[in-house]
Design a protein. Structure first.
Length: 414
């Protein structure tokens, strides 16, 4: 081991006399280090430097949140010399990459070498310059990489910020669209003597495709309307607005609900270029006779409840959706209502609402709820139906619009 020390010193200081080399080897201390062992620690104040005799050691420096490799020390190379020249803490850490031997020289021995062997000082200064250059290059490269990463991160941040601004803008526009769409629905129903009305709409998204309305046709007739546009997009909301506007504009031209729907269908075909369609239930109630003529254009069958007998019926009529295919088949039927009867119009979002176990609410539960609460007011029935459906749905995401219109006959106009 002493011979290794002399050979290492000779390789490092070839101009030293053999006697001087022996003196240094005698004064220095040979240290052994295991793989992974720290030889010097960054931040510590020490007064020794090391010459590698065999094995390899790595110089690393903590830069931010990660460790940066600065240099690799092999036999004949030294490190830690700055601790002997300046009274400062270690600027880096050195650890053994594999079992290695190193010659440890303290400050006192180093002072003697500088005093009696000037060639030692010259050699150290040259190596120190090389070490500093390599360290500077490593730091500069690290900073360059950091700058590139920072520039990339900045661009990603700018892109993410732009996306966030765009997302917020779209969300706000959808929110406004939802508010506008809700304003299309009746804020309050017309005051119709002998009739009690209630309705509610709960879209699955910011905007939806369902709507309902009560239209006064003349002194003796009113129109009861529920509709469901295919799809749930913004386009569906626009299609819904167009359809409702057509109903408001055209419904008073005909007492026949079939004729009204044929007229609406013709106009939708004329103005629409999309693949959307709308299902509709539209009934025209004679307030004097309580006879209702109705058409079901592919829409769910309304529930008619008779509190006097406790029975209910589904209003059947054949018909196809509007706005997509030419020549819809629409069957017009009539039904006789009586004082106390309750008419429940709804969209399929009510019956299709699913529980956490993916079980649909279904028509049977809807009918049971109507029978259980059907002797209450129209508003009480509407509230009870929605509460029951939402309780069934629980925390499950709503995937379809829910719409309800309840009409209760208090008395005839006669």
């Amino acid at each position: 081991m002493w011979g290794q020390a002399v050979e290492a010193l000779y390789d490092l200081f070839p101009n030293l006399s053999p006697e001087a080399l022996v003196d240094v080897a005698d004064l220095a201390r040979v240290r052994s280090f295991e793989e992974g062992q720290i030889i010097i620690q960054e931040g510590r104040l020490e007064h020794t430097f090391y010459i590698v005799l065999n094995g390899r050691a790595e110089v690393v420096k903590q830069m931010g949140d990660r460790e940066q490799s600065l240099a690799l020390k092999t036999p004949g190379q030294f490190f830690g010399e700055m601790a002997l020249i300046e009274d400062v803490s270690r600027s880096a850490t050195v650890r053994a990459l594999e079992p290695c031997l190193a010659l440890e020289i303290d400050k006192h021995v180093f002072g003697q070498l500088l005093k009696h062997q000037p060639s030692v000082a010259l050699t150290l200064m040259r190596q120190l310059s090389v070490n500093l250059r390599k360290t500077d290059q490593a730091i500069i490269e690290h900073l360059r990489q950091k700058n590139e990463e920072l520039a990339l991160a900045y661009e990603e941040l700018r892109a993410a910020q732009a996306q966030l601004i765009e997302k917020e803008r779209l969300e706000r526009e959808l929110e406004i669209a939802g508010e506008v769409q809700q304003s299309f629905l009746p804020a309050e129903f017309p005051n119709i003597p002998g009739l009690c009305l209630a309705g509610h709409n709960r879209p699955a998204r910011e905007v939806g495709g369902d709507f309902y309305d009560v239209i006064v046709l003349d002194d003796d007739h009113i129109g009861l309307l529920t509709a469901d546009v295919s799809d749930k997009s913004v386009h569906a909301a626009i299609f819904m607005a167009v359809t409702r506007a057509l109903f408001v504009a055209q419904a008073r031209d005909f007492v026949s609900p079939r004729q009204t729907l044929l007229d609406i269908h013709r106009l939708l075909i004329k103005v629409s270029t999309s693949e959307m369609f709308v299902t509709v239930f539209y009934g025209v109630l004679n307030l004097c006779t309580l006879e209702m003529r109705f058409v079901r254009a592919g829409h769910d069958r309304p529930i008619l409840y008779h509190p006097s007998s406790g029975k209910l019926e589904l209003l059947e009529a054949n018909g196809r959706f509007l706005g997509l295919l030419d020549g819809p088949t629409l069957e017009e039927r009539t039904v006789q209502l009586a004082t106390g009867d309750l008419l429940v119009l709804y969209s399929d979002g009510m019956t299709d609402a699913r529980s956490a176990q993916s079980e649909p609410f279904g028509l049977a539960r809807l009918q049971e709820t109507v029978q259980r609460h059907g002797r209450g007011t129209a508003q009480q029935v509407c509230d009870a139906l929605f509460a029951t459906v939402l309780a069934h749905q629980g925390d499950t995401e709503q995937f379809d619009d829910m719409t309800l219109l309840v009409a209760q006959v208090v008395q005839s106009k006669r």
